[in-house]
Design a protein around this ligand. Structure first.
Ligand code: FEO
Length: 413
């Protein structure tokens, strides 16, 4: 099914309702691979889809071109713009170029090099563009903005200034399958939560690159943003731009996330006591089992929290596998600026809480002190200390919070 963004500008992508694991990303709501077709005196396709969905893309393109009754478009495709070389968007390039061998691939120099390392591009026609270049299609034109490291080196945005329309590839995207294709046709909380989750898991390691890219939009009048995943922003443009600036500059909510793993409920009891202490008026406190929750969702919850407590018991002189996985994942994403504490139980040797402490400190987080520990079972005094620590985390979260919005209520954890 094709969707019209503007007269003669169509969504021609694929909605992947079934995917639940996108190279490790927990796509609980599926995803979409968005491709867009612009019909003018010359036609241009913006990005493609995963290779296995090439037939759907080609069918959608043919359906649009088949509607053409004018004189200037003869059913062909003139340009194939590649904003991003990652295979969920470039995977069907070969199939599209086989169907439309006259099309010229339009991309930046780094993208051309990346494509050559993924495909046999020897016979492809290229037009390499750079920052600020403009390609006239007829009544409308394409303007290109290089956005390196959001989130690959070759990433690029394409703008149609005459339509105030931005094709932003992964940026502003959401892994979310849906029938509707526009943000105002879906529940606002869900759209922003998925956008936040996407940022937290894909773009968080590159905040400076995100801000540099956002700065390029300052002089542009944009009233719709069409990303490569999820719905198209047409009502929430200003809000998602503001949210991205919050997320990239490190503005955090008055929110405390308590992450725990447990063997015999001791560390869980400590986590619940910390949560109890952190549950203060004006503070959003969330308890999350690291073993029962995906890394994707944990990263999203941690992302906008001003304070985080992480606890696990000692297992084999170290942390539990779930805690080790969370620490490793966070080390890659590099969330910054949190108040933090480590906690957990042990039997006869250290390892769990201490490794958590080291992992959180390595992120540059402000540690509340040494890890809070319980030998085998937390005593009443230990639980009281946990509640007091939770209260201090809540105070730290409120002090750090600068008005960012909490889009996820934590329901379901
Ligand atoms: Fe959706 Fe970076 O690919």
């Amino acid at each position: 099914m094709n969707i019209t963004l503007r007269p003669d500008i169509f969504w021609v992508g694929y909605v992947d309702w079934s995917i639940r694991d996108f190279h490790g990303y927990d796509t609980a709501c599926g995803t979409t691979y968005n491709a867009y077709l612009l019909r003018d005196e010359r036609t241009a396709l913006i990005d493609t889809v995963k290779q296995e969905h090439a037939d759907t893309l080609l069918g959608n393109i043919a359906a649009v071109l088949g509607q053409q009754t004018g004189q200037s478009v003869s059913g062909g495709l003139d340009y194939l713009v590649v904003n991003h070389a990652e295979l969920d968007h470039s995977g069907a390039l070969s199939e599209v170029l086989r169907a439309y061998p006259g099309a010229t691939v339009v991309c930046d120099a780094k993208c051309r090099a990346a494509l050559a390392e993924h495909f046999d591009t020897a016979a492809w026609k290229f037009q390499v563009v750079k920052e600020g270049d403009r390609l006239c299609l007829g009544r409308r034109s394409l303007e290109f903005y290089e956005t390196p490291m959001v989130h690959w080196p070759e990433s690029m945005w394409t703008c149609v200034p005459e339509e105030r329309l931005l094709f932003s590839m992964d940026v502003f995207g959401q892994h979310m399958a849906s029938g509707p294709r526009f943000d105002d046709e879906m529940p606002r909380e869900q759209v922003f939560d998925e956008a936040k989750t996407y940022f937290a898991n894909i773009l968080l390691p590159y905040p400076k690159a995100v801000l540099m890219s956002l700065d390029k939009l300052r002089g542009l009048e944009i009233d719709a943003i069409a990303p490569s995943h999820g719905v198209i922003w047409r009502s929430g443009v200003a809000e998602i731009l503001a949210a991205y600036r919050d997320w990239a500059t490190g503005r955090r909510a008055a929110k405390v996330v308590v992450l725990y793993d447990t063997m015999w409920e001791s560390t869980r009891a400590m986590a619940e006591a910390i949560l109890d202490g952190a549950s203060q008026p004006g503070v959003h406190a969330v308890l999350i089992s690291m073993r029962a929750t995906s890394l994707t969702r944990i990263a999203a919850e941690v992302h906008d929290a001003a304070a985080v407590a992480v606890g696990c018991p000692t297992l084999n002189r170290g942390p539990t596998p779930a805690a080790a996985a969370v620490l490793s994942y966070l080390r890659g994403l590099k969330p910054s600026g949190k108040a933090a504490m480590a906690f957990g139980s042990y039997g006869w040797g250290p390892g769990g809480p201490e490794t958590v402490q080291e992992g959180l400190a390595a992120l540059g987080w402000e540690m509340a002190g040494p890890p809070l520990r319980a030998k085998y079972r937390p005593t009443a005094d230990v639980l009281a200390a946990c509640r007091a620590a939770g209260r201090r985390l809540a105070e730290a979260a409120q002090a750090k919070a600068a008005g960012a919005t909490v889009f996820c209520s934590g329901i379901g954890y």
